[in-house]
Each structure stands twice: as structure tokens, then as C-alpha cells.
Design a protein around this ligand. Structure first.
Ligand code: PMV
Length: 340
């Protein structure tokens, strides 16, 4: 039996981290980047998993950041690491019932790992699709989104669902985890809600790779430690309240195609993330270059402490901005169209 599945990457426009603590995040699919999973399975008395994965397509990581190089993604090793095995183990009973397989998992991806573009969620969604395909079953996006979210729990401890939802539906999405601005322990206790967003065109997105890699899980845990410090919970709750207003205003500006306002909101959001301690010198250098060379707004995206800087720009400013980002140390610059 053989099955194929594919999934795109994602970029968080606003609300990362705060969505883990009761706020709202907005993300867009990155339709030019993909993870592809091929499964070869034979019925067996007990499940066995063998893994082969292409190496990180952006191997120029300079290290640094929490968790070290490549720590946030999926191990490229032949034997799946503990989290990967756990994630697959969570998906199998949901999508294959009582079935036991000797499973060969082959992964090819052009989504860099540990860089904030959703590599683990893309793997999870692509894996679910491949598993359904292997059994001759149609893809059910709701089921895939839910299963991928539980797989994400194996990779990150408190996934908000913004990555897996945006990637499973391949459409601009929001996720809101709390009903009030109270810092609690886990999004699961707060009842996440998600929906699709209309995005009118008017800008392009540039994603500049800082070359730094880190583990999302480690960065989220670092913010959790901050929340446990004296007054930390109150500061985080205050920031989450401000971030909530930013997310709501961003959603409304996206609907109108008011990218100038979206840019302002991205800038405000970055200041909060920087105050939370999840930016880096390289990200700040890239951000300053983006703002000096015509970006409407620029911010770190994803967990931070490395990964990519996200800039929004008018289409006619994109080429100049791209050159400026490369001249300021970006190892790669991806350009994406944010529309639906
Ligand atoms: O860096 P990424 O792609 O893993 O994004 C993480 C986004 C967070 O808000 C930091 C965590 C989450 O689960 O929402």
C-alpha cells in the first residue's frame, strides 16, 4: 500500500505567542513551499516506523537561538525521533483505527525547520493526508486539521492550532484561544476557536531568513517561564490584551485590503514580541533594513529567537526591498502573494 500527501507552509501575520495565552493569531498559507510525505505500508502485527527525510533545504543555519540549530523541526534521522514517533502514534488510531502497519515514511520538504514557517504542522498535515490516501480514503480537511493539531502536541507542548489550521485548510485563518485575557496554562483549557479570513490583495510578503534556527517548543517554554516570574503573568496578560486589539484591527484591514494599516499593526506587534524577549539582533537588523527600504511593516514571525523576518510591501517596492534584505544579511528571501 502506498499513499501520498502534501501540505504548504504558513506565516503568522500577527498574534504569535499571545495566541498561546488566550489571544488571537492570524496566519496565511505559504503556497509556494511544501512538505511531501510518501507512505509505504504493509499490514503487520505491530506498528513499526522507518523514516527517511531529505535534509533541511536551508542548511545555512548559523545556529544560536533557543534549542540550537534545527531543534524546532523534524529530525532528518532515519530512525524517527521520540516526538515524531509520538506524533505518528497519535495520528494512527484516529485515521487508521485498529490497523497496524510496517510503515515507511519518506519526507521531502522545502520548508526550513525551526524557522517559524510551520515545518512540523506541514509534516503533520501531509502525513495525515498520505495516511488517508494509503487507505483509499478521501481527504477530510476537518479531520486532518484536528488530527494534525494533536500531532502538534507532540512537537510543541501547547500548540494553539494556528499553524495546523492554516495549513490544513490552505487559506488565511485566525485562531482565538481564550474568552478573556487571562493567562492560563494551556490553550486546550481555553477552548480554541478558528475561522477563515478574507484578504484583499494590495501587497506582497517578503520573508527574510536570519539563518538562525531554534525550537518553537523551547521558545514557548521560555515565555511560560517569563509568565511564572513575579508580575510576569500580569505583564503577559497586558501584552495579550494589546495584541488582541492588534489582531482585530488587522483582520478588519485585511478585509478592506488596507495594507498600509496592516503594516502598522505588524510593527506594533513586533514591538510587543521584542518586549517579550523573542527577537534577536539579526532579526532587528533585518527589520531596520526593511523599514528603511520601503516596507509597509516588518516583524519577526513564528516563535522568534531566529527564523524569518516578515515584511509587507507594495508590489512595486518588492525588488528593491529584497535586495536590501539580502545586503543586510538575509540568507534567503522568499516572496509570496498573501491573497486568498
Ligand atoms: O515558529 P512556529 O512556526 O512553530 O510558530 C509558533 C507560533 C506560536 O504562537 C509561538 C506557538 C503556537 O502554538 O501558536
Amino acid at each position: 500500500m502506498k499513499g501520498n500527501g502534501s501540505a504548504c507552509g504558513k506565516v503568522i501575520l500577527v498574534g504569535e505567542h499571545f495566541v498561546v495565552w488566550g489571544g488571537t493569531a492570524i496566519a496565511l498559507p505559504l503556497r509556494k513551499t511544501h512538505t511531501r510525505v510518501t507512505l509505504r505500508g504493509n499490514p503487520a502485527s505491530r506498528t513499526r516506523i522507518a523514516m527517511s527525510a531529505a535534509l533541511d533545504p536551508f542548511p545555512s543555519a548559523r545556529g544560536g537561538g533557543a534549542g540550537g540549530a534545527g531543534g524546532g523541526g523534524i529530525s532528518p534521522a532515519r530512525t524517527p525521533d521520540v516526538r515524531l514517533r509520538k506524533a505518528i502514534g497519535l495520528a494512527l488510531p484516529v485515521l487508521a483505527g485498529q490497523g497496524r502497519f510496517e510503515l515507511q515514511v519518506e519526507t521531502r520538504s522545502d520548508i526550513p525547520q525551526g524557522a517559524g514557517l510551520g515545518s512540523s504542522a506541514a509534516f503533520s498535515v501531509a502525513f495525515c493526508r498520505a495516511l488517508l490516501d494509503m487507505q483509499g480514503r478521501d481527504c477530510d480537511d476537518d479531520l486532518v486539521a484536528q488530527t494534525a493539531l494533536s500531532m502538534e502536541e507532540a512537537f510543541h507542548r501547547f500548540p494553539s492550532g494556528i499553524d495546523s489550521t492554516t495549513i490544513a485548510f490552505e487559506t488565511p485563518c485566525y485562531v482565538k484561544t481564550g474568552s478573556e485575557f487571562v493567562v492560563k496554562t494551556a490553550p486546550a483549557q481555553q477552548g480554541p476557536r478558528a475561522g477563515f479570513l478574507d484578504v484583499l490583495p494590495g501587497a506582497v510578503l517578503l520573508l527574510a531568513d536570519s539563518g538562525e534556527r531554534r525550537s518553537s517548543r523551547a521558545v514557548v517554554q521560555r515565555v511560560a517561564r517569563f509568565a511564572r516570574q513575579p508580575k510576569g503573568d500580569r505583564i503577559l496578560a497586558k501584552f495579550t490584551g494589546v495584541a488582541e486589539s492588534i489582531a482585530l484591527q488587522t483582520a478588519s484591514a485585511l478585509r478592506k485590503g488596507d495594507w498600509e494599516y496592516v503594516g502598522l499593526m505588524m510593527n506594533e506587534n513586533h514591538l510587543l514580541l521584542n518586549a517579550l524577549g523573542v527577537s534577536t539582533e539579526r532579526l532587528e537588523t533585518l527589520r531596520n533594513a526593511a523599514l528603511r527600504h520601503g516596507a509597509l511593516g516588518a516583524k519577526l514571525t513564528g516563535a522568534g529567537l531566529g527564523g524569518f523576518l516578515l515584511a509587507a510591501a507594495r508590489p512595486d517596492a518588492a525588488a528593491r526591498l529584497r535586495r536590501a534584505l539580502l545586503a543586510s544579511g538575509a540568507t534567503t528571501v522568499l516572496v509570496e502573494d498573501p491573497g486568498n
